[in-house]
Design a binder for this molecule. Structure first.
Ligand code: CAA
Length: 263
């Protein structure tokens, strides 16, 4: 199954388990203009429609770029602080929709992931980079600051000092350095293929548990440790009432593979 938009494509693997969004604006290295952000929102909704979708991968079309950032040509039209704020909020909404996806999400970074492009990858749960990937938040070089979540998600992921290094120098990091700082989870010659294998290794686990584990980590990071522990206990309670939990435990004790229903 394939659904077409102007600036991206949405496809599903043959078994329908994995949705793949490919950003596709090659003439601007897949830069995110307003239309693309709108289409992304619609594609995120559409990829959840088939009930069998269990994971989402986002990648870039073409050889050169994942996403080279927000579309810089649109910043020319910004005159007031209000308009700038609206532009940031529009991009943040799209990134937050990715972060809030109830299924695991993976960015397959196959080239430049700069500015809003890296911010999109940061909103995903996991990141796989190809050896030629170049990542960075170059906004200060444009007289801007990261506005699609980079100042918040990057330090939460790699720590304040490393995040400030990248944000203040505006430098690009390659795949190996990104791996060493925890910015990406894996480096592989074919990032998309590796992302698919990673998704397969995740979705063999219980779907209810996957959704709740993700929620525990994501929501837990927004509060104190004690709040997070309380949240974990609540969600442990919730997962304990799932059929998947009964199946997983029974399968272990009966020495067989579990068959999860996502209930
Ligand atoms: N917005 C709009 N157009 C872009 C773009 C962007 N972010 N990035 C690249 N393009 C366009 C170029 O203008 C060029 O178009 P033309 O052929 O019409 O001139 C085309 O894509 C190819 O790009 P280059 O010729 O520059 O390719 P290159 O290989 O020489 O350089 C690059 C590649 C290093 C990625 C360079 O294109 C670049 O630096 N791009 C901008 C990266 C950037 O600054 N991103 C941050 C944007 S601001 C942001 O994202 C704010 C935020 O937080 C929300």
């Amino acid at each position: 199954m394939e659904e077409d938009f102007k600036n991206l494509t949405l496809e599903f693997t043959d078994d329908g388990a994995i949705a793949i969004i490919t950003m596709n604006r090659p003439k601007a290295l897949n830069a995110l203009n307003s239309e693309t952000l709108q289409e992304l929102g619609a594609a995120l909704e559409a990829c959840l429609e088939p009930p069998e979708t269990m994971a989402l991968i986002i990648t870039g079309g073409g050889e050169k770029a994942f996403i080279a950032g927000a579309d810089i040509s649109e910043f020319k039209g910004i005159e007031t602080a209000f308009e700038g704020r609206e532009a940031a909020l529009g991009g943040q909404d799209a990134m937050s929709s990715i972060a809030a996806m109830p299924i695991p999400t993976i960015a397959a970074i196959n080239g430049f992931a700069l500015g809003g492009g890296l911010e999109l990858a940061l909103a995903c749960d996991l990141r796989v980079a190809s050896p030629n990937a170049k990542m960075g938040l170059p906004e200060v070089g444009l007289g801007l600051i990261p506005g699609y979540g980079g100042t918040q998600r990057l330090p939460r992921l790699i720590g304040e000092a490393r995040a400030l290094d990248l944000i203040l120098t505006a430098r690009h990091v390659g795949a190996e350095e990104a791996l060493s700082m925890g910015l990406v989870n894996r480096v592989a010659d074919n990032a998309l293929l590796e992302a698919e294998q990673l998704a397969r290794s995740i979705i063999k686990n219980a779907p209810v548990a996957l959704g709740l584990a993700k929620e525990a980590v994501r929501r837990g990071l927004t509060g104190t440790l004690n709040d997070g522990l309380e949240l974990e206990a609540d969600l442990f309670g919730l997962v304990s009432s799932s059929k998947d939990m009964k199946e997983g435990v029974a399968a272990f004790l009966e020495k067989r593979k579990p068959v999860f229903q996502g209930e």
